[in-house]
Design a protein around this ligand. Structure first.
Ligand code: ADP
Ligand code: TRP
Length: 320
């Protein structure tokens, strides 16, 4: 089974990204051939600062490698190192009905959030289809927000295959229904656009401040509290063993534990979990060529698959 997914390098990663995307994606390494890429062509639809883009690519790569992505197993590459994807995007775009793309909500959502209305932002789903079809992916793990893009990818692949023969595999979305939306420090969905995130690799003082700043109700120390209504417990449980989670839930219910103390416990368990990842990240960072070498090797492996698919697609439409 071929699994593929991508993430945009568009800002520092946070705990929502970790539990919602990174951890599930890293655990899929065990289950089949995996392609994972940093979608820098896609990020250009919203990022205008070249230095920020360069740094974000490196940061995302280091974050994933530090958290356990194994580049000897997973083909880990940067999208723009596989330029075949652009040519395939064109071959797909000429058979993609306008109506299919016009129906996508993510374009309208992004305009509503003040992103510039550009051709690239509008045709973003066609490039995403090319990412997926180029590698002949069968399963694509994504968040719920990307479900429509996977439906578009399937429609495009079916249309192409009907016109030119069986060139592409038809991929399925792998939507992690059991991954809850991680809440931020203000109780809304954690998102870099809402300024309510807890970072993954920020400095510890800052993370402590973010955790101590989680909004709570005004229950007194002695009051019994409902753990399931608390975003402190919600995060704690993601880090904890089942026994630790049960013990913390019991302390919430018993009363006598203030929110300050619960936040301290959350900070400690965060630190315990991430200490080895921080160490690994610091070690990887010391070698200035490591990330570049990993991504270069990933691109080489990705391009083998890419050139095979592209060649077949070019021949099918009559370019070869
Ligand atoms: P942001 O909302 O901060 O811009 P992205 O949209 O770039 O984050 O998300 C990257 C990945 O992380 C996606 O797969 C998304 O589903 C996941 N993700 C982001 N925020 C959360 C969250 N609060 N809870 C669960 N998953 C999340
Ligand atoms: N659109 C995805 C996001 O914003 C990133 C992405 C680009 C992607 N190409 C992909 C995800 C291909 C899965 C497969 O999160």
């Amino acid at each position: 089974m071929t699994i593929l997914t991508g993430i945009q390098p568009s800002g520092k990663l946070h705990l929502g990204n970790y539990f919602g995307a990174m951890r599930p994606m890293i655990s899929l390494q065990e289950q089949g051939e995996e392609f994972f890429f940093i979608a820098d062509y896609h990020a250009l639809t919203t990022v205008r600062d070249p230095q920020f883009l360069r740094e974000s690519v490196r940061d995302v790569a280091l974050d994933f490698l530090a958290c356990g992505l194994d580049p000897s197993r997973t083909v880990f590459y940067r999208q723009s190192d596989v330029p075949e994807v652009q040519e395939l995007a064109w071959l797909l775009s000429v058979i993609t009905p306008m109506g299919l793309i016009e129906r996508c909500h993510s374009y309208k959502d992004k305009l509503a959030h003040g992103k510039p209305a550009t051709h690239g932002l509008f045709t973003y789903p066609v490039l995403m289809a090319a990412d997926i079809l180029l590698m002949q992916a069968e399963k694509v793990p994504v968040g719920k927000d990307q479900k429509q893009h996977l439906e578009v990818t399937r429609d495009i692949a079916i249309k192409f295959n009907n016109a030119y023969g069986e060139i592409f595999k038809i991929p399925d979305a792998l939507i992690a229904e059991n991954v809850a939306v991680i809440l931020g420090t203000d109780g809304q969905k954690m998102s870099k656009s809402y300024g309510n995130t807890i970072g993954l690799f920020d400095d510890l003082k800052r993370i402590r401040k973010q955790i101590m700043g989680i909004k709570t109700d005004c229950a007194a120390v002695e009051d019994p509290k409902d753990p399931d209504a608390s975003s402190i417990y919600g995060l704690y449980k993601l880090f904890a063993t089942p026994e630790e989670a049960a013990a913390m839930a019991a302390r919430f219910r018993a009363g006598g534990m203030g929110y300050g103390e619960a936040k301290k416990a959350l900070f400690e368990i965060y630190e315990r979990t991430f200490a080895p990842f921080r160490e690994k990240r610091a070690a990887l960072e010391k070698d200035p060529d490591y990330v570049a070498d990993v991504l270069k090797d990933g691109a080489r492996r990705a391009r083998e698959r890419a050139s095979d698919t592209l060649h077949r697609a070019r021949a099918a439409v009559g370019l070869e």
